[in-house]
Ligand binder design. Structure first.
Ligand code: SAM
Length: 190
């Protein structure tokens, strides 16, 4: 298959946006796979700030970061991504090169604990302020579960209202796959 699948495409977008030395955000660290990926992009001279509301995610990600030798270039917050604005040091505001949202529930964890539209949209709003110009946030949206459908609809309604002079908004989605496959919304600050 030549067309990029959803997760590889999300990762490619982040690699285009962020370079060694940059500051980036993993808004939903989960088991830490995306956090490690981002830490490897920005390298020891850059930094990743990561968020999750579950202690299990912080534990799993801390371990994976150590196994990959990248723990010194990452700060984890056991907090909601709706607190991004108040937790990212103010001298980095306007400097953030990229952000990843891998929405839904923790793989292997409690499927009742899922990302919700209200906090996701609050985080997007804050990121639109603190991203640098040409900074990119990538949202992978899982809409197979009921809460995911609500989150999908709310996010799509919200991003369609963003002023095109302020942000480019992209949707990347396979339209003929069965069972509500995940899709991407990417937002580049102008
Ligand atoms: N990126 C992860 C990885 O590579 O393993 C997968 C993330 S998982 C699909 C979604 C995560 O979002 C869960 O761990 C969940 O606890 C977390 N989450 C739910 N609501 C959140 C919120 N308001 N702020 C931050 N994380 C949240």
């Amino acid at each position: 298959m030549k067309l990029k699948r959803v997760l590889p495409f999300a990762k490619e977008l982040l690699k285009t946006a962020a370079k060694p030395g940059d500051i980036v955000i993993d808004a939903t660290i989960g088991n830490g796979h995306d956090t490690v990926y981002l830490a490897e992009i920005v390298g020891p001279t850059g930094h990743v700030f990561g968020y999750d509301i579950q202690a299990e995610a912080i534990t799993n990600t801390t371990q994976l970061l150590k196994e990959n030798g990248v723990e010194n270039q990452v700060t984890l917050f056991h907090k909601s991504h709706s607190q991004i604005g108040e937790t990212i040091p103010s001298h980095y505001h306007g400097q953030i090169a990229g952000a990843m949202f891998n929405l839904g529930y923790l793989p292997g964890g409690n499927k009742e604990i899922v990302t919700k539209a209200e906090s996701t949209i609050t985080a997007i709003e804050q990121l639109l302020t603190i991203l640098k110009r040409e900074g990119v946030m990538v949202l992978v949206i899982y809409h197979g579960h009921d809460e995911g459908k609500k989150e999908r609809d709310a996010i799509l309604n919200y991003v369609k209202t963003l002023d095109q002079k302020k942000a480019h908004v992209l949707q990347y989605q396979f339209l003929n796959q069965k069972n509500d496959p995940p899709f991407i919304i990417a937002i580049e600050k102008r």
